[in-house]
Design a protein around this ligand. Structure first.
Ligand SMILES: Nc1ncnc2c1ncn2[C@@H]1O[C@H](COP(=O)(O)OP(=O)(O)OP(=O)(O)O)[C@@H](O)[C@H]1O
Length: 321
């Protein structure tokens, strides 16, 4: 393996569906990013943003209409034979013959995979050993996702593509999958994850990119993306006080505030300072603040802010036309 290059390099990637450029639809519109070896990179986006269309190009399932993709230093479409044995792909909809049992399915796949893990090991990784003799048609949606993951892991891939890996899983199975994905990353596997669950990206991703209408609108480390958003401090004042009795926003180190009756929500770039000022004020006055909640910004909030901002821009453009 050439460790000098990134595991994945994507430059100005484009994908158009339909043959005619006049009638076709461009789902990927000049996307660039790279993923280092051993890194876990998440691709997030609004519905129809172009995540799956992008990932399919990385998996070599289609040729791009523009730009360049390299996976492990090779073109995944033209040099499929060199890339395919070293990647693991978990698609959104794994189509299994429904009459086969779980272990027969893994056996079948193992027959087509060079250096495959033993069936028992693959099933153990995803917690499906006890379901090995169950026919695929009898599995729940979440169990099918886990079987899909077992198949993607069979060839001990250097690069693992996970397209919405925990959709349909209950909270406990989702946590188990996260633990497994983290362990694989810690062993050096590069992971490219697409997900609708922001919490999942927040838990797992070293870096992420957010797509909207075929383009990357923001990318970076989770902490950096989140740091651009303010934190919140909220509490309820005891009667008969109101927000007007609070110190000024400048004294509290807050940027602005919302009130709902006696409940106050302060936005701040310095949560520790704002919380300290508010608590010292309350102590000085001998007051008890109800429902006190100090919260750093989350990825969900950053994502909604970006998505809502884009919506407003598009509405404004539409109105201007
Ligand atoms: N085969 C196709 N022919 C024409 N348009 C397509 C085709 N596949 C996808 N599209 C369109 O391309 C756009 C991007 O779809 P894609 O599935 O890549 O988005 P996504 O970000 O994965 O969405 P989701 O999160 O909803 O799964 C959508 O508008 C979709 O309707």
């Amino acid at each position: 393996m050439d460790l000098g290059d990134n595991a994945i390099d994507v430059t100005e990637l484009r994908r158009r569906y339909g043959t005619s450029s006049a009638q076709g639809f461009e789902a990927v519109r000049g996307v660039s990013f790279s993923v280092e070896h051993g890194e876990l990179f998440a691709l997030l986006g609004t519905n129809g943003a172009g995540k799956t269309s992008t990932v399919e190009l990385l998996e070599g399932l289609a040729a791009p209409t523009g730009g360049r993709v390299r996976v492990l230093g090779h073109d995944p479409y033209r040099e499929r034979g060199r890339v395919r044995p070293r990647i693991g792909v978990m698609l959104q909809e794994g189509g299994f013959p429904s009459e086969l049992t779980v272990s027969e399915t893994v056996q079948l796949w193992a027959g087509c995979t060079s250096g495959a893990r033993p069936v028992g090991e693959a099933l153990d990784l995803v917690g499906m050993v006890r379901r090995r003799d169950v026919r695929v048609k009898m599995l729940s949606g979440g169990e099918r996702r886990r079987l899909d993951l077992a198949l993607a892991l069979l060839g001990r891939p250097d690069v693992l593509f996970l397209d919405e890996p925990t959709t349909g899983l209950d909270a406990e199975s989702r946590r188990d999958t996260w633990e497994l994905v983290r362990a694989l990353r810690d062993e050096g596997t590069t992971v490219l994850l697409t997900t609708h669950y922001l919490e999942e990206a927040e838990e797992l991703a070293d870096r992420l990119a957010i797509m909207h209408q075929g383009r990357i609108v923001t990318s970076g480390r989770v902490a950096d993306i989140v740091a651009e958003r303010p934190s919140h401090l909220s509490f309820t004042l005891p009667a008969p006080l109101s927000a007007a009795d609070l110190p000024s926003l400048a004294q509290l180190g807050a940027t602005d505030r919302e009130t709902d009756g006696r409940t106050v929500r302060l936005r701040t770039r310095d949560l520790q300072r704002t919380a300290t000022e508010a608590l010292m004020w309350a102590r000085h006055k001998g007051l008890e603040l109800g429902g006190l909640d100090a919260r750093s910004a989350s990825l969900e909030e950053a994502f909604l802010h970006i998505a809502q901002g884009l919506e407003k821009t598009e509405t404004a453009k539409g109105n201007a036309r």
